[in-house]
Design a protein around this ligand. Structure first.
Ligand code: MRU
Length: 374
């Protein structure tokens, strides 16, 4: 099957670690639950399967969730086509679109990229519909509409890859040599390719900086131990996995020169939601005078929120905590609280690296300046 590709991405910059690929029949998603032992792609050719892939974390990481959501809108509308009778009213078509939005918007709550992508797809849908005069939508108009949604989803993907390459360039100059600590997975697996925080690490290494990476295992889903370690091995970047609770003592011993993480949602004042455990790292970094960087594209900013207080924090199944590798690790009947994210206050963040430049405090003003006017 021919993969859908556009010439806009330079081959040398395209990524060899693929979280998903898209051909004319379906979206194929690398099932990250099975990494590193199995590299299996899940065939998502219906809205339900795309939603399931996001919800159950076959695909995860804020930018990747956004891209897959955008492709999901296209897949969902294409799927709906068979059940529609043409010509149909614009009102009926809007109802179909609202159904897709509702389904995808409830897949996961914290990564704002999901909602950002839905908004982009809706705007593309409305633009395309606006071009078709009359109240009725013909089969031909519907096909054109699908085509414009496919193009919009591809643009979202390409923009993300470009943003990652830019962030990598800006961020790699900031990273010192020595031990760099990262949390969760922010690499090609979590994005449209290359990565955000891990992309910065990758570029610094490519530029010849002498770094080695402390990989937080990131309980309970083990994005660090399973996914970041998998990417770093492929890239031949030196690393060691540490248990999440080792980070503080390593900092005390002077073995961490900088921390860099990604983000799921950044409020207008710089407060940042990211994988649970990020907040503790930021407090420890402050205590030990270690720079704490966040790398995220502008699609991760939520300027509707004035602070991190309004960020919805996902609570996932307690099974993820109580079981490991399918086996129970706690007495039967134990309960667990599984907060998937936390919010790091802006004052703990040294700088935020975006594709539009590096943002330093004071964040409220500088985020406005760079993202609203930039
Ligand atoms: O629950 P996940 O694995 O989707 O959480 C991912 C993270 O917290 C990442 O750090 C964040 O999305 C940035 S990915 C470039």
């Amino acid at each position: 099957m021919k993969e859908i590709k556009r010439p806009l991405i330079e081959p040398k910059e395209a990524d060899f670690i693929k979280a998903f690929y898209w051909d004319t029949s379906a979206l194929f998603i690398l099932d990250q639950r099975r990494l590193p032992s199995k590299e299996l792609y899940y065939r998502a050719d219906t809205l339900r399967k795309v939603r399931y892939s996001i919800r159950e974390m076959l695909v995860r990481g804020a930018p990747a969730i956004g891209i897959v959501t955008a492709i999901g809108v296209y897949i969902g509308l294409k799927e709906a086509q068979a059940k529609l009778t043409f010509p149909l009213t614009q009102k009926a078509l809007l109802r179909v679109f609202a159904g897709l939005e509702k389904s995808l918007s409830t897949a996961r709550p914290t990564a704002v990229n999901l909602f950002w992508a839905l908004k982009r797809m809706k705007e593309a849908f409305q633009r395309s519909l606006g071009k078709a005069p009359g109240e009725k939508v013909s089969k031909k108009t519907f096909k054109e509409l699908l085509e414009s949604l496919r193009n919009e989803a591809l643009s979202i993907w390409e923009e993300d890859l470009r943003a990652n390459l830019k962030m990598a360039e800006y961020g790699s100059d900031l990273l010192p040599e020595g031990g760099i600590l990262t949390h969760c997975n922010t690499g090609a697996l979590a994005t449209g390719g290359y990565g955000t925080a891990l992309g910065v690490i990758r570029r610094a290494f490519e530029k010849g900086k002498k770094i080695h990476i402390w990989v937080d295992e990131t309980r309970p889903f083990l994005q660090g131990a399973r996914l970041t370690a998998w990417e770093l091995s492929k890239l031949r970047i030196p690393f060691k996995i540490i248990t999440d609770n080792s980070a503080g003592y390593l900092m005390k011993r002077g073995e961490v020169k900088a921390i860099i993480v990604g983000a799921d949602r950044i409020a207008g004042n710089g407060d940042t939601a990211n994988k649970i455990g990020t907040y503790s790292l930021s407090v420890l970094a402050k205590e030990h005078g270690i720079p704490f960087y966040v790398a995220a594209p502008s699609s991760t900013f939520d300027l509707n929120l004035t602070s991190g207080e309004g960020i919805p924090v996902e609570v996932r199944s307690e099974r993820e905590v109580l079981f490991c590798g399918g086996r129970p690790i706690a007495p039967e009947g134990s309960q667990a609280l599984n907060l998937a994210f936390d919010v790091t206050p802006a004052e703990n963040i040294t700088a935020i690296i975006t594709e539009q430049g590096v943002i330093s405090p004071p964040y409220r003003q500088n985020i406005q300046n760079l993202l609203r006017d930039g």
